[in-house]
Design a protein around this ligand. Structure first.
Ligand code: SAM
Length: 416
């Protein structure tokens, strides 16, 4: 048997292209890969679980580790379960369908704990991950992609060999789209609407000049595919309207539990004012408004702010005001005294700007509740808050994204 041709840029050390190795998986990276060692050298193996003995095939050597494909599980982990999706391992959307839900929650807890130590030098107990009431069929927003449609070159057959794929990026690849006819982490209603939407875009494909993204948003109004349609959701008694294409947390089953936790922690003795930074359509500010004298939100997306103000009116909330702008602009807009103020921060994956943190430290809100969808950037920001005089009281991961490597983490801080 001849060995396969290595790609041109293949670095031949320490392993040959397609060399097969046997190893024990020690841990799970926060990108969702199993990590083991061969003679001390780190080998990353997607879809291998901690504790498992596996046979793998190397396809890339980096400066400090190698990447390998899983060939055989010699000793399986007791946490290994059958994935629900036939595309698991091919579609890049999910990383953990092969792991029991209890193990997913525990690994997410450990990953938060390790990131805090490694990126910020913070050693603090991390609460068990709060699980999602639904382990599958929880996503209320699905955005499948399609590539630039096939256009035959002179001399080529007029029809492509395969139908245009509509789905998500292939596992481990940056450009190739896997066709996804059904997605078991999306709600049942989205899966019912998906075939019609896929058919609609395929029928139009001859007219399309470039690739794009579909939207399926499931709310109390049913499934909407129009980014500019206004839709309705409820969190407890509070009604929210927003544009289907704008940001809204996309696991509505766990959302009331997350909001309750954040509000409980924000609302402590002596605090009369609330600031909701990166407020979107006003989720935290409006759910908490009745507990405070005044609440203020800031958000860079003008459409979201328009809806936040409309949502205050819809719910008869008179003590809330929302501002359009970068998060740091809130400090000149409010006159809340720091020692009577709680601040909720829920930035995008990039975390907070330094200018925002500096001004937060200058105001000195008594309580800060930091909600994050990327614990790495959160750890970086927490380090600044701790250096600036805050104490970490509690760290609580919430599993908004079961079956995937994504983690939502809440850090509760007090001044002093
Ligand atoms: C993770 S979402 C949270 C939204 C809201 N808290 C919620 O739960 O629905 C982050 C929000 O921050 C907004 N954003 C991004 N960069 C911002 C900035 N520099 N200043 C203010 N808002 C920003 C985004 O438009 C988005 O609505």
């Amino acid at each position: 048997m001849t060995s396969p041709q290595a790609p041109k840029n293949f670095k031949p050390e320490p392993f040959a292209y397609h060399e097969e190795l046997e190893l024990r998986v020690d841990t799970l990276t926060n990108l969702g890969s199993g990590l083991g060692r061969v003679n001390g050298w780190v080998v990353m193996v997607p879809f291998a679980l901690p504790g498992e003995r596996v046979r793998v095939r190397v396809y890339r050597n980096h400066k400090q580790h190698s990447d390998a494909d899983l060939l055989e599980i010699i000793e399986p982990s007791p946490e290994r379960v059958d994935p629900l999706c036939p595309l698991f391992g091919t579609c890049g959307g999910c990383q953990y369908q092969h792991m029991s839900y209890a193990a997913q929650r525990e690994w997410k807890r450990q990953q938060v704990s390790e990131l805090l130590v490694r990126l910020a030098g913070i050693t603090h107990p991390v609460n068990p991950t709060h699980g999602s009431p639904r382990e599958y069929h929880y996503r209320s927003k699905l955005t499948p992609h399609y590539p630039k449609p096939f256009k035959p070159k002179p001399g080529e057959a007029a029809t492509p060999k395969r139908e245009m794929p509509i789905g998500f990026l292939h596992q481990g690849q940056r450009n190739r789209i896997v066709d996804v006819p059904a997605c078991p982490i999306a709600t049942e209603a989205i899966n019912e609407a998906l075939p019609t939407e896929r058919k609609r875009i395929r029928e139009r494909s001859a007219k399309l000049k470039k690739g794009g993204t579909l939207l399926l948003r499931h709310t109390l109004d049913g499934v909407t595919t129009d980014n500019n349609a206004s839709v309705t959701e409820k969190i407890g008694p509070v009604v929210f309207q927003f544009l289907a294409g704008d940001f809204f947390q996309n696991n509505p089953f766990i959302l009331p539990e997350l909001v309750d936790f954040v509000m409980e922690r924000a609302c402590i003795d002596g605090v009369r004012y609330l600031v909701d930074a990166y407020c979107g359509v006003g989720v935290f500010a409006l759910c908490g408004a009745r507990r405070f004298e005044r609440v203020a939100g800031v958000e860079v997306n003008a459409s979201a702010v328009k809806w936040a103000n409309a949502n205050a009116a819809i719910n008869g909330i008179k003590n809330a005001e929302f501002y359009i702008g970068e998060a740091e602009s809130i400090f000149s807009a409010i006159n809340f005294p720091g020692d009577e103020t709680a601040m909720i921060i829920d930035p995008p994956r990039a975390g907070c700007d330094e200018a925002f943190i500096r001004q937060l430290l200058a105001l000195g809100p008594r309580r800060v509740v930091y909600v994050s969808c990327d614990p790495s950037t959160q750890a970086r920001d927490l380090k600044m808050l701790l250096t600036g005089g805050y104490t970490l009281e509690e760290v609580q991961p919430f599993d908004l994204f079961p079956q995937t490597r994504h983690i939502e983490n809440v850090a509760v801080l007090r001044l002093g």
